[in-house]
Ligand binder design. Structure first.
Ligand code: NAD
Ligand code: ZN
Length: 323
């Protein structure tokens, strides 16, 4: 299916690819069009496509799965061992048009703001992570207030967590997390996490950890401030192997779950429903997700967009084909 791109978001992966670091060189076979977070209008459909039609507003699931491996056939498509990444292993959305299988299209309501449509991929990462464990009534630690950490903060709030504490090194990003509903935000290099817990009257430890930084120091802090029996969902990708205090994990009986991508398509149903519910809490979630988008550049000014992401004083940066 051919989609005319309206908006596309930049993510850390795109920066690695743009910088052509060792990881990028090992994964990508150029020439390759980058971009996997996008929203657009269906321009053309294949002969056998009946589920989507020309003119519909759509977002795209960035992982194309094989459909035949054990996990795919069991309905666990996010665990496909042959996953192909749009904008990584095949041409992506930093272009006027992107072509993806019809099965990877998520049809959006016609009146959805395309900006919001473009962040469904990272919002899906946040949703997948935040809904991995029940959060109602729990005390939640989010490490990392990048776009995904901030959206996960808003989701934790929406689904009824008691306290949501967010750590990051960037004051700009901590402010985004505070606006998205965090009860307390802190820079762990300046403020002790245990002091923050005392301030909230938390006597024992966090029930749930959402690791959204990929920073070994954040993981260490998380493990050492979880209550016994605490559960950690890890989305943040580290740049390499690092040591972990396994004795704490074992004696505190922590559960650690890695999270990759989005569940296809449970996560998509869940996030769409959470955004559409006519409640004040859903309205707050919509506002929080929108507030994560801090910059929008005309697509032709992509170089400035990459520089903005690199500088770090930003939430989600979007390229716009309509301005
Ligand atoms: P991001 O890089 O914009 O945000 C990460 C944040 O972590 C930054 O704001 C950084 O300041 C903060 N940080 C660094 N050290 C920290 C520390 N010691 N304590 C607390 N915070 C610290 O990334 P993002 O786009 O929001 O994505 C979040 C993470 O998830 C990244 O690591 C990304 O690579 C990863 N990711 C994983 C998947 C997946 O499928 N598993 C998908 C998308 C992104
Ligand atoms: Zn498969």
């Amino acid at each position: 299916m051919k989609i005319r791109v309206l908006r596309a978001g930049l993510c850390g992966t795109d920066l690695h690819l743009h910088d052509w670091d060792a990881w990028a060189a090992s994964v990508v076979k150029p020439p390759m069009t980058l971009g996997h977070e996008f929203c657009g209008v269906v321009a053309e459909v294949g002969r056998d496509v009946t589920s989507v039609h020309e003119g519909q507003l759509v977002s795209g699931e960035g992982h194309i799965v094989c459909g035949t491996c054990r996990n795919c056939r069991a309905g666990r498509r996010h665990l496909c061992i042959h996953t192909v990444g749009i904008g990584v292993n095949r041409d992506g959305a930093f272009a006027d048009y992107v072509v993806i299988p019809a099965g990877n299209v998520w049809v959006q309501p016609d009146d959805l703001d395309p900006d919001l449509g473009a962040v469904f991929d990272p919002l899906g990462n946040a949703t997948h992570t935040a809904l991995s464990f029940p959060l109602a009534g729990e005390d939640v630690l989010v490490t990392g207030a990048g776009p995904i950490g901030v959206m996960a903060t808003a989701i934790a709030r929406h689904v009824g967590a008691r306290y949501v504490v967010v750590s990051d090194l960037s004051p700009f990003r901590l402010e985004l997390a505070r606006k998205a509903g965090a009860d307390l935000v802190l820079d762990p290099t300046r403020t002790d996490l245990r002091g923050a817990m005392d301030a909230l009257g938390m006597k024992e430890g966090f029930d749930i950890g959402l690791e959204m930084s990929g920073a070994p120091a954040a993981v260490e802090q998380m493990i050492s401030t979880m209550n016994h029996g605490g559960r950690i969902a890890m989305l943040g990708l580290p740049s390499g192997p690092y040591p972990v205090d396994w004795s704490k994990v074992i004696t505190h009986m922590l559960t650690i779950k890695g999270i990759y991508g989005r569940e296809m398509y449970d996560t998509w149903y869940a996030m769409s429903a959470m955004l559409q519910t006519p409640s004040s809490s859903a309205a707050a979630l919509r506002d929080a997700v929108r507030s994560v988008i801090t910059h929008r550049f005309p697509a032709v000014r992509f170089a400035e967009a990459f520089e903005t992401v690199r500088a770090g004083e930003c939430g989600k940066v979007i390229l716009d084909w309509e301005s």
